[in-house]
Design a protein around this ligand. Structure first.
Ligand code: SF4
Length: 432
């Protein structure tokens, strides 16, 4: 984008005539360091508390030099300016008015669906999930508050990490349907699916219900703190089939901490059980490679080797290949290590990213710039090691993450957030 706009890619090469490049959002900020040479400033966390001050500052300092403005920006809470590094604390939005999209266009990703934010954060505490850690605590939006002038007769896309976890989500969906509208949901926890919710989804025209068991075995799901039994998955498949929803899709990861080939074979076994019970139902199996992400308990854990990832991917692909009506998909593990690098890297990555942006070929860019894969993704990090992303205070304590990591390795789950009484990770006390 910068090249197409004729803006120098490196922040240090921009002059007074160039705009200030600001990035935000979870993907850009859970570890900003690999992009630090390209971005003038990052907004870390929720934009609402930061933008008014940032906009005022930019408006009031047009006479200042670019460098003076960047220095001033670096003093704002929630703003990280790589040229003036300092510890930055994630900004947190404390209101309960969710964002609603106002520009609807047929050609947009979500077409004419109006996106309605129903929650920020997630209280389920899945140990692999970066979104669930950097958005804590979960905050429910008041449904209907930001849409007072609308009549619920349109198509809405409800956005949240686990939509039916919202205490009013089912009623809200029913009301949309009763007013002649339809809806889609970004993500659902399988514990919140029941005959009523499946029926509601079917009535709203949902043609695929997707759940994410993540791992094939119950043992490994305990490691992930995603305690879902095989029995619950099988009964959910029954409900989906009974409701007449044509397709049931399941997401899995391979390369998870403590995983063995036997855990992966369980994915095939589980699929087979569902297939045998519902031979008429379309089943989708999606497999991706696990990347240990910053600000999760697995941030110290090494990524699985490409050979093992490829072997386990093949176990699932070959295992389900003979099952008619089972569609296998997912990401080939061939380039999973690139995701690992981008998630876990530091400022030394600038040359590699620049080279890959020009050639479109990450593999060559990594080789040519001599990025040490062992150093960044394939080694166990120690508890006291300084991590590239430690410059950001995500309001989640490192001691808590390490404790969760040790429990994960021992296969001990810790359950979901208990918002009233828990102060375990620090996010609730810090945002009170
Ligand atoms: S302090 Fe406890 S309840 Fe609050 S976000 Fe952290 S783990 Fe969840």
């Amino acid at each position: 984008m910068l090249q197409m706009a004729h803006i120098p890619t490196r922040s240090s090469e921009r002059t007074e005539s160039h705009p200030i490049i600001i990035a935000g959002g979870p993907c850009a900020t859970f570890n900003p360091e690999p992009m630090a040479e390209f971005i003038d400033a990052f907004v870390v966390g929720d934009a609402e508390p930061v933008l008014p001050g940032l906009i005022d500052l930019l408006r009031d300092t047009t006479e200042n030099t670019r460098d003076q403005r960047l220095r001033s920006m670096s003093e704002l809470a929630g703003v990280y300016v790589p040229h003036y590094p300092r510890d930055v604390t994630r900004a947190v939005y404390k209101d309960d008015t969710g964002a609603v999209s106002d520009i609807l266009a047929e050609d947009a990703e979500f077409g004419k669906a109006r996106l309605v934010e129903i929650a920020r954060g997630c209280g389920r505490r899945c140990r692999f999930c970066v979104a669930g850690h950097i958005g804590r605590p979960v905050r429910w939006m008041q449904l209907g508050k930001s849409q007072e002038d609308r009549d619920n007769s349109e198509r809405q896309g409800l956005v949240g990490a686990a939509v039916f976890d919202h205490p009013d989500a089912v009623d809200y969906c029913s009301s949309i349907y009763a007013h002649g509208g339809t809806f889609t949901l970004s993500s659902i926890r399988l514990e919140t699916l029941n005959d009523n919710t499946c029926e509601l989804l079917k009535s709203a025209g949902v043609r695929t219900i997707t759940i994410a068991p993540e791992a094939g075995s119950e043992r490994l799901r305990k490691v992930l703190n995603k305690e879902v039994s095989n029995e619950l998955i099988l009964s959910t498949a029954d409900m989906v089939s009974n409701a007449g929803v044509p397709k049931f899709r399941m997401y899995f990861m391979i390369g998870l901490p403590t995983e063995t080939d036997a855990d992966v074979e369980e994915i095939v076994h589980l699929t087979e059980m569902i297939y045998k019970s519902h031979p008429e139902m379309k089943i989708g199996i999606s497999v991706s490679s696990f990347v240990p992400k910053p600000f999760t308990p697995f941030q110290w854990h090494p990524m699985e080797s490409p050979q093992t990832l490829k072997r386990r991917y093949a176990i699932v692909r070959n295992g389900v290949s003979g099952m008619r009506n089972v569609e296998f998909g997912g990401e080939s593990p061939r380039l999973a290590y690139v995701q690992g690098l981008l998630a876990r890297g530091d400022r030394d990555f600038a040359g590699m990213i620049e080279s890959a942006a020009i050639s479109g070929d990450y593999t060559s860019a990594i080789r040519e710039t001599g990025i040490d894969l062992q150093k960044y993704i394939y080694r166990q990090r120690t508890e006291d090691e300084y991590l590239p992303w430690d410059i950001i205070d995500m309001r989640i304590s490192k001691e808590y993450l390490w404790r969760e990591y040790q429990m994960a390795i021992q296969g001990i789950p810790s359950g979901p957030c208990k918002l009233e009484s828990c102060r375990a990770c620090g996010a609730c006390s810090e945002t009170e």
